[in-house]
Design a protein around this ligand. Sequence first.
Ligand code: ZN
Length: 366
Amino acid sequence: MIYTNHKLDLKNLTKLKKFKKNKRIPHAFLFHGSEGVGKEFAAIEFAALINCESPVEDLSCRTCHSCLKLLSNNHDLVNYVFPLPKGKKVNNNDGIEKSMSENVATEFRINLDKKIKNPYHEIKLKNANTILIDSIRSIKKTIFRTTENNSYRIVLIFEAEKLCFPNNEAANSLLKLLEEPPKKSIFILVTSKADLLIDTVKSRCLDIYFPKPSPEIFNFYCETLSNDSINLYRFFDGNIKLLKKIEKNSLSDIEKFYLKFKKFILSESDKIDLEMLYYLIDIFKSKSNLSQLIILAMKCFFKDAISSIYIAEYEPIFSFFDKQIAKKINSLESNFLDKIIEFEKDYILNVNLELAIINLLQGLKK
Ligand SMILES: [Zn+2]
């Protein structure tokens, strides 16, 4: 395996291995499933396996010529495509190499180097919201060249839904390749938002769904984060990428938030809780990972409350949960989850933050 200090559910990989064994590999795959469950991890492992010269127990060997090139991000047959910032205007026959500025090219390399060390590294370049048509043009320049020794050209497309943002330009350009796929080429599209990808592209790919990792695999990544008051597997909903991003003290920050939030919900006052307001503004202004965790904590707070009403033997996500919360939530006629999701949208879209938080706090207590 390429990633030796990591754990991956091998079920999908086993399915994929059969294609290699039978020497009939489909030319396009769609790896989809929720965020942080190891799709990009599996895509890179599969890419390594396809061209591996001496697989070990049907996994890539890490030592052959092809594996070593992949590990040093220097594989002439493996292309990575992901969102990039808009580049210089170039001739239609030129590709991304010419349109990329020097800074972006450096960032591109740095991100790939991180990715090949950590399969959960999130590739994020400044101002990169879309997969550029120039990236697909670059692929077109090389994909028709023949390969040696029965090897394949592999194109890995991460955040593939961004092929369709802000328009379908890149997706349509890729579609032409998928409709008449070059010999010995394999496209692996990876996305957590498959519904945003156009159907014509999806229908050309073999669908591979990635479920949440098992608690055993998830807990492998929790080792240094032991915590008795939060069920981490359910809190993170199996999202290993998010789990790996959090810092050690984040869990105690979530606990602190939970207790403050509980006090706020249980209080009888209808006035805006200023302490809560400033506390949240502070967190969300810093745009840290903690913001994402606080939103999750609010969702879990209500999930615990609602589920404990309807499920007799319900095991709460937070050990701080008590029946008093469920009683209070039941008495308030608010659709809490909708309110939080609305706030989440406002936050992502950079709507006036103070106003969004006031709306949220008022909405929850109505
Ligand atoms: Zn190998």
